[in-house]
Ligand binder design. Structure first.
Ligand code: UTP
Length: 298
């Protein structure tokens, strides 16, 4: 039976150690790294709000403070900008305060993404919910989350997002074994494997950081033993749900063909900054000719 409860909650895990981005992430979560002039996580919260999810639970770690401060008001700074009549910067400062109702829970010992999602159990309760990874950016011009919500509301169970990657890259991701669903543009997930060796990968379809999950995932996560890297893997719990029957089981996937950036990876982060900056009205005109000249000299 499809689970038809309306989806209003978004969970954003941001408690990882961010070791790929050291030393920048020594005292600051990688989700706070600026992509042009907004921290990566602000794009993610804005994406959730755009899909109608304005009840946000952030899973934070040791650097909770920077995240909380960013989504809070700064009366003194706002007063200074107001007194100067700097409406543009005032609006930029206030934008992140109005994206939704943001809650925080701390994952004091980061034991993996599955463990981070489990920290949301009490807040979420018994309704389907979205998970957006705080270091994964989906270009605002491309639709993904609303499509995943539509699929979850139609077929129930859980819905993941997949993206085709170069087969040599698949070992950096969770990888899905899928089959077509007749007459539909989404697919059914038969199985999932976390970071397989290329020769063991069932496809070149990689799991990316957007999920719409049935609350049945919590019970499964509680029973999921640490997997790859000694971490409790969300992919392992979804693999269990994909093969199970009954209430809350079943996993479908939307194959995303738009623009996505992993801001936890240095090269992908740099690509995100450049791609988004050249599109900006206030920066593009100056940046584009410089970039062309720079590239010509490489
Ligand atoms: P990553 O797999 O990118 O792990 O997490 P990481 O530890 O943050 O980064 P590296 O590999 O050491 O550089 C994917 C998402 O899950 C969150 C991260 O914050 C990121 O948004 N996460 C991961 C948690 O919230 N808790 C965890 O225990 C692990």
């Amino acid at each position: 039976m499809p689970q038809t409860a309306r989806i209003t909650k978004a969970v954003i895990p941001a408690a990882g150690l961010g070791t790929r981005f050291l030393p920048a992430t020594k005292a600051m979560p990688k989700e706070m790294l600026p992509v042009v002039d907004e921290p990566a996580i602000q794009y993610v919260v804005a994406e959730a709000a755009k899909a109608g999810l304005d009840n946000v639970l952030m899973i934070t770690g040791r650097s909770k403070r920077a995240l909380e401060d960013h989504f809070d008001r700064v009366p003194h700074l706002e007063a200074v900008l107001e007194a100067k009549g700097d409406e543009r910067r005032l609006a930029a400062v206030q934008e992140s305060n109005n994206l939704g109702d943001i809650h925080y829970v701390r994952q004091s010992d980061p034991q993996g993404l599955g463990h981070a999602v489990l920290c949301a159990k009490r807040h979420v309760g018994n309704e389907p919910f979205a998970v957006l990874l705080g270091d994964d950016l989906i270009d605002a011009r491309d639709e993904l989350l609303s499509e995943m919500i539509r699929v979850q509301q139609a077929v129930g169970g859980s819905v993941i997002a997949l993206m085709e990657v170069d087969p040599a890259q698949v070992s950096a991701y969770g990888c899905a074994d899928v089959e077509a669903v007749e007459g539909e543009d989404f697919v059914r997930v038969r199985g999932l494997v976390e970071k397989p060796a290329p020769e063991d990968a069932p496809s070149n379809l990689a799991v990316i950081g957007r999920y719409v999950l049935h609350p049945a995932v919590f019970d499964v996560l509680e029973r999921t033993a640490p997997g790859r890297g000694g971490e409790i893997q969300l992919t392992d719990a979804l693999e269990t749900l994909a093969g199970a029957e009954g209430e809350g089981s079943g996993v479908h996937a939307v194959v995303f063909r738009g623009r996505r950036y992993d801001t936890g990876d240095k090269v992908s982060y740099l690509k995100a900054v450049v791609s988004l900056a050249v599109e900006r009205e206030d920066l593009g005109d100056e940046l584009r000719p410089w970039l062309k000249e720079f590239a010509a000299g490489l």
